[in-house]
Design a protein around this ligand. Structure first.
Ligand code: COS
Length: 381
């Protein structure tokens, strides 16, 4: 067993960490206030290769695989989950679906432009009547000659308002249930595709989500990802990688909350001594360290499994439920350690507390992850 992070991934980690420290960290309050990442900063992220990290080198990607990608997501999450969410919607979800199951033609057409960031991707699965029950989406795709015609709507699409292309899931055969779902790449400028309301969210300001509508939206048959009827499986396989990368972002967020708590508890003096000298505080810090440590290593292990060509659906569910819940525990303790300061908008902890709440919900709720894990445990031999 070798637990060392490969040298090229270490170099990636230090490059991202430096960029985060010098360029992204000073902008946190501005992004929060404006609910937008400045376009020149997004361009710098593209120039640095942050939109390319997991894609294969033959398609212009960084070729870092899931482990390198997770390490970068950890660094981005550490400064502001808005960044890891933008990259996640683009790489782990939209681009990964094309990379996993797309034809070589689709990969050649979309991945190089996604790797440079010239084209931003979004993943459109969730609908008003289909969230956890993803197999029962209602958006339809009707075959018409060498095209499919899409009708329906999608909800809460990360990167929705800014994306240039959408990985869209639609029903091609209602009778077939999950085997009647097909995945498509739909260009933003396709007639019949419109962007709906941009959401007002509790947190993740700077990462935009919106509705997407399809009204007789005509998509070439060559834009099917994989085969007709295989879309649900494409969505699930894609979400396996996405949930692991989201776990990595949670680890980064939790590490920052813990580091800030350590610093604060050393400098905050009450009853004539730093609050860090109180066992009540020490135990909160220790519990958070145990949480972050466990989350980091289970994430790296699951990423390694994917990189070594093994299926990691079970590990992805374990990582998703553990890391999302551990982040909420760690950030809650961080608010407690910071006391009144933790509740104030002038301090990062308040934003992190709000940002953390969504991770127990999106990319599959904690309840769905427990369902997946329990199904595996109870499946007949
Ligand atoms: N990898 C590959 N194939 C998978 C898979 C995975 N991770 N998960 C399921 N499948 C396959 C199954 O093997 C099954 O194939 P067969 O019919 O050939 O046996 C098929 O997909 C259907 O699977 P299942 O019967 O488990 O589907 P369900 O409708 O019961 O749904 C859950 C399963 C609930 C796990 C799924 O709908 C889910 O993950 N929901 C949450 C959706 C989500 O994360 N939404 C967020 C959107 S992105 S923000």
């Amino acid at each position: 067993m070798d637990f060392s992070v490969p040298d090229d991934v270490k170099l990636l980690q230090s490059t991202v960490r430096e960029f985060v420290r010098d360029r992204l960290a000073p902008l946190t309050m501005q992004v929060e206030h404006d609910d937008a990442v400045p376009s020149e900063v997004l361009q710098e992220m593209k120039d640095l290769g942050l939109f390319a990290i997991p894609f294969a080198e033959e398609y212009g990607g960084g070729g870092f695989g899931e482990l390198g990608y997770c390490v970068a997501m950890e660094e981005l999450g550490a400064v502001n989950a808005a960044y890891s969410n933008i990259i996640g919607g683009h790489c782990s979800l939209s681009g990964a679906a094309i990379a996993l199951a797309g034809s070589d033609h689709l990969k050649q057409r979309y991945l190089p432009a996604m790797a440079t960031g010239e084209k931003l991707g979004a993943f459109a699965l969730t609908e008003p009547n289909a969230g956890s029950d993803a197999a029962h989406i209602q958006t339809t795709a009707r075959r018409d000659g060498d095209h499919y015609v899409l009708n329906g709507s999608k909800l809460w699409v990360s990167n929705g308002p800014m994306a240039d292309l959408y990985t869209v899931f639609a029903v091609t055969d209602k009778e077939q249930g999950s085997k009647g779902v097909t995945a498509f790449v739909v260009d933003r400028d396709t007639p019949g595709l419109t962007i709906g309301k941009v959401d007002e969210k509790m947190g993740l300001r700077g990462s935009k989500t919106s509705e997407i509508f399809f009204d007789e939206c005509c998509v070439p048959a060559e834009n099917v990802i994989g085969e007709e009827g295989r879309g649900f499986r494409v969505a699930m396989q894609t979400l396996d990688g996405g949930r692991i990368a989201l776990g990595a972002s949670c680890v980064g967020q939790a590490q920052t909350a813990l580091t800030m708590s350590i610093q604060w508890s050393r400098q905050r003096v009450q009853f004539g001594r730093p609050i860090a000298s109180n066992q009540a505080i020490q135990w909160m810090l220790a519990d958070s360290e145990v949480d972050v440590h466990a989350g980091r290593w289970m994430t790296y292990h699951a990423a390694w499994k994917i990189d070594s060509g093994q299926r990691a659906s079970h590990e992805a569910a374990v990582v998703k439920v553990y890391c999302s819940e551990m982040l909420n525990r760690v950030v809650d303790r961080a608010v407690q350690v910071h006391g009144g300061m933790g509740y104030m908008k002038e301090f990062d902890i308040e934003r992190m507390y709000r940002d953390a709440r969504i991770v127990r919900i999106y990319e599959g709720t904690s309840e769905i992850q427990r369902m997946i894990i329990a199904d595996d445990l109870l499946r007949d031999e």
